[in-house]
Design a protein around this ligand. Structure first.
Ligand code: SF4
Ligand code: SF4
Length: 99
């Protein structure tokens, strides 16, 4: 397998415990994608009867499509870390801030 090394913001907390990537309120997807149109939802969220086994793997923000956020530069997140959780019934990046 060919690999790349990249720097990404960390997903420091996610309260969406039903997501398959969530263990103990932490995300363990390798790199999540944020954004669906103008809304900062977590595009990587999905339900599965099994949860990831990668309890030591940190999660990063691989891409973010929400250009309206002040932390977004060229469709990438440039802050240090983000939190994810429920906001008005959507699973969202809670760190989102309008420009
Ligand atoms: S950040 Fe997204 S992919 Fe990660 S556990 Fe939360 S909802 Fe799932
Ligand atoms: S903080 Fe802003 S730029 Fe970063 S993932 Fe959340 S919505 Fe996207």
């Amino acid at each position: 397998m060919k690999t790349i090394t990249i720097e990404t913001p960390l997903v420091s907390e996610c309260s969406v415990i039903e997501c398959a990537y969530n263990l103990n309120r932490n995300c363990h997807a390798r790199a999540i994608t944020i954004g669906e149109g103008v809304h900062p939802s977590c595009d990587t969220f999905f339900i599965n009867k099994n949860h990831t086994k990668a309890a030591m793997r940190p999660a990063g923000v691989g891409a973010c499509k929400v250009a309206a956020c002040k932390f977004n530069d060229d469709f990438e997140c440039m802050t240090e870390n983000i939190q994810v959780g429920r906001s008005t019934d959507e699973i969202s990046c809670l760190t989102f801030a309008m420009r």
